[in-house]
Design a protein around this ligand. Structure first.
Ligand code: SAM
Length: 256
């Protein structure tokens, strides 16, 4: 696996946190943070803080504020999930000084309410709360209102066939609301990465460089590069709502 940004020690700590995060998507996220000066960070849908621990770790040098919003669905005592998140992030990252966790339903959350908890610029937003179509339509719209120019939004499960509502809601956002503002540049395992339209070419190029650089040591990147070359030969360009993107392939076998 590509492993030139995250240390084995930190990857092991992340592995110990319950949640959903492909190691390859974690490594690609780390690479994006390494090449950019990211502002403050927001996550919608934290669960036990697996991805948020990664985002916290990656922003340590920039002293970014990191805020997670979660409705804590199914939790009787709201303090318990908050304690779990703080404990997990402290154990993985060493401190939680820059972290806030807010109990909120993103379906009624407004831009102004988010900005009461975190100052602008917001350079990275993880959209990973409810996975029904209405959640995705709402949460990507809210993220679009908050993200700084040139920032990145990671939409979880946007292409996951086991969460068809996430696919539907993502498509509805692009069909009905986007109006050219956000541009997808990479579909990396469980996450679709978007930026603002003016930075699409930059991040598409950075993703291609990442794939080329890691192809010799990472089977997934090697398969992705091979497919890109086949596409070029065939004159096919993978696009999502008109935007060209890199579609990462898995390691074990070429996907259809
Ligand atoms: C898939 S989990 C998030 C996983 C997490 N990002 C990680 O790294 O493991 C979804 C989370 O979203 C929360 N959630 C679901 N619907 C929500 C809503 N409408 N508003 C806020 N949080 C919500 C759930 O309580 C749950 O903790």
């Amino acid at each position: 696996m590509a492993n030139n940004v995250l240390t084995d020690a930190f990857s092991q700590k992340l592995k110990g946190i319950e949640g959903w995060l492909s190691p390859s998507a974690a490594e690609f996220t780390a690479c994006l943070f390494k090449s950019e000066r990211i502002g403050n960070v927001v996550e919608f849908g934290v669960y036990h803080g697996k991805y948020l621990a990664l985002l916290y770790h990656l922003t340590a040098d920039y002293n970014s504020r990191v805020v997670g919003f979660d409705a804590f669905i199914g939790a009787g005592d709201l303090n318990i999930p908050q304690e779990i998140i703080f404990r997990n992030i402290r154990e993985a990252c060493g401190d939680t000084d820059r972290l806030s966790i807010v109990h909120a339903d993103t379906m009624v959350l407004q831009r102004g309410e988010v900005l009461k908890h975190i100052p602008e610029p917001i350079g990275f937003i993880s959209v990973d709360a409810g996975h029904e179509a209405d959640n995705l339509l709402n949460d990507i719209s809210l993220a679009a209102e908050l993200i700084a120019p040139g920032g990145i939004i990671a939409v979880d499960d946007a292409f996951n066939r086991s969460t068809p509502g996430a696919i539907e809601g993502t498509c509805r956002y692009f069909e009905m609301r986007n109006q050219g503002r956000l541009a997808p540049f990479a579909q990396c395992y469980n996450k679709l990465f978007l930026t603002t339209a003016d930075r699409h070419a930059h991040f598409l190029d950075a993703t291609r460089q990442y794939v080329c650089k890691n192809a010799p040591t990472d089977e997934g990147c090697a398969n992705t590069l091979k497919r890109e070359q086949e596409n070029q030969k065939a004159g096919f360009v993978p696009r999502f709502f008109g935007w060209e993107l890199v579609t990462f392939l898995g390691a074990a076998r070429m996907q259809a």
